[in-house]
Write a protein that binds this ligand. Structure first.
Ligand SMILES: Cc1ncc(COP(=O)(O)O)c(C=O)c1O
Length: 293
């Protein structure tokens, strides 16, 4: 807004929470959103479910791009800024893929500050969060570092390799003027829970998401918080010594719309699944509870 931009460009996968937020928030600010979607090449493969529905409901201009590596996708999104401003003859602002910028880091330093006001240091030993491009977890890790590194900060990667994330984060630290520390010194990245790749879900994660909702009432999505929580639980079982203590705060970062893209159909109707406990009750004089499935 300060730069007088009339268009905003960003990019991510079909279920990116970041792209959905950008798409929707542009409209009340009087800006047109442009979203580059990675890994979908044909219009008919895009669909209109979950976050993709919301990109479309915001009237975003969508550009379909092939699956490529992180660096080339970031370059592609940066290029879009020039194409948009040339075509429309208006200023365009580019939010890098996933919103991993110095500003994002500040947002999550503010979150840490809110947590401190809620007694974070007295109540928890560790924080766990999901990491895609890194702004969220780096903000928390920086804030923890600047307040004496009292907690362990862990991030479960759901997209990139650990090395790629740390490299990106070290650039952000430089941008912020923090050169006393490297990201790997202040943040523990947990690998092994991406599954096939970003934006896909194994049956294991879909069943895990169901297990959590049916036992706690807490909804997770299959691509972000589902994988993140599965990573946290997996490490608590297999590698508990990587945590500082036993009081673990998992920060739920949203992403709920990804639960509504139809992917859950793959497990929801399985025989004996908790999600498939359905009895047709046609005769009210017969107890439906006694009718076998
Ligand atoms: C729901 C949700 N959680 C976590 C993340 C990860 O955030 P970051 O890219 O800052 O690592 C995202 C990114 O889009 C997200 O949509």
């Amino acid at each position: 807004m300060e730069e007088g931009a009339k268009h905003v460009v960003t990019g991510g996968g079909p279920q990116s929470g970041h792209c959905r937020s950008v798409s929707l928030i542009c409209r009340p600010l009087g800006m047109k959103p442009h979203v580059v979607i990675e890994g979908v090449e044909k219009r008919e493969d895009l669909g209109s479910m979950g976050n993709t529905l919301l990109y479309r409901m915001a009237g975003s201009k969508l550009y379909l791009a092939p699956q490529e590596n992180y660096e080339s996708f970031k370059r592609r999104v940066r290029k879009m800024k020039q194409y948009v401003s040339d075509t429309y003859g208006e200023k365009c602002y580019c939010i890098p893929v996933g919103g991993a910028t110095g500003k994002a880091v500040f947002a999550f330093i503010s979150l840490f500050d809110e947590l401190l006001q809620q007694g974070l240091h007295d109540r928890f030993d560790d924080i766990v969060v999901t990491v895609a491009t890194g702004g969220t977890s780096l903000g928390l890790a920086v804030a923890n570092y600047l307040t004496g590194s009292k907690l362990g900060v862990h991030a479960v990667t759901i997209a990139l390799r650990k090395e790629e994330i740390y490299e990106n984060m070290d650039k952000l630290l430089k941008e912020l003027g923090i050169d006393s520390v490297k990201s790997a010194d202040i943040l523990d990245i947990i690998e092994g829970y991406v599954g096939e790749r970003y934006g896909t879900a194994t049956e294991e994660v879909l069943s895990f998401v169901t297990e959590v909702s049916s036992s706690t009432g807490i909804l997770l999505d299959p691509y972000y918080t589902g994988k993140g929580t599965m990573g946290m639980v997996g490490e608590l079982v297999n590698n508990p010594s990587r945590f500082k203590g036993k009081r673990i705060l998992f920060i739920h970062t949203g992403g709920i719309f990804g639960l509504f893209n139809g992917e859950m159909d793959r497990v929801i109707n399985k025989e004996k699944a908790v999600t498939n406990d359905i009895t047709p009750w046609l005769d009210e004089n017969v107890s439906p509870v006694s009718i076998e499935q």
